[in-house]
Design a protein around this ligand. Sequence first.
Ligand SMILES: Nc1ncnc2c1ncn2[C@@H]1O[C@H](COP(=O)(O)OP(=O)(O)OP(=O)(O)O)[C@@H](O)[C@H]1O
Length: 273
Amino acid sequence: MDSNIAIEARHASKIYELRGKQKGEQGQKFYALKDLNFSVQKGEVVGVLGTNGSGKSTISIILAGICDPDEGEIKVNGSQALIAINTGLNQQLTGMENIELKGALLGLTRSKIEKIKAGVIEFAEIGDFLYQPVKTYSSGMKSRLGFSINLCLDPEIMIVDEALSVGDKGFAQKCINKMKELRDEGKTIIFISHNLKQVRDFCDTAMWIEGGMLREYGDIDEVCDRYAQYVDYYNNLSGKDKKKERDRKFAKRIIKNSKQSFFDKLFAALKTR
Ligand SMILES: Nc1ncnc2c1ncn2[C@@H]1O[C@H](COP(=O)(O)OP(=O)(O)OP(=O)(O)O)[C@@H](O)[C@H]1O
């Protein structure tokens, strides 16, 4: 991969199996992401847009190395950290113990772990709650802790998935200001948000994912304008037309049963006789 590129997706797809509607009924397989092709330059700040269920969080967990695509590939060139609501924190452990755990999992030195603790005490501003189990935190406090830990890890690629939507306005602004500093230092940032104003204000480019497919990727204002038009169009549809639109998108993602799976079913049926 070219050394100026931070992320490269080639024909990348993620497939999930849905449960059947009835108990025991075979579910369908469907593409949460389908045939994604894109490259993110090092130092680029990309806003990821898409209506609910379009596949944004699925991209974020692949980029963070939590799972792999089922088809194609996504290469990530650099250390990465995912900041998302309720991700990566052990609820039973205290804030401080979570830092120890993360440090141990990443194989960090003691002095680096101590540095992260000091950074979190300063940035998260949750005081002595850092010594309480995370399960006792409010969602805003969890967001403060998660954001601060990942920030202090100083990753080359930061993936922020709706993490600012739960905290209070003051903390969200503090995070945005910090991310602006990181942007100016040349970090690559993937910013997933439903807040179009924040995306326009903060990002260089936008990636619009709809129904698991890459619909547009390019200039921030152009993509945001067309996405906003689509959201208006969708919201103004009647209930019946909304359902049609959802069904149309869903149909494109379903993997039709192949002959192979017919024989699989037959074989399974014979085996149970
Ligand atoms: N573990 C899973 N098993 C089955 N389906 C899943 C799983 N995780 C996600 N999905 C489905 O994959 C699709 C994409 O989900 P994803 O969470 O990536 O969407 P999103 O764009 O982040 O949505 P939102 O804006 O609502 O957060 C959705 O249809 C979702 O139901």
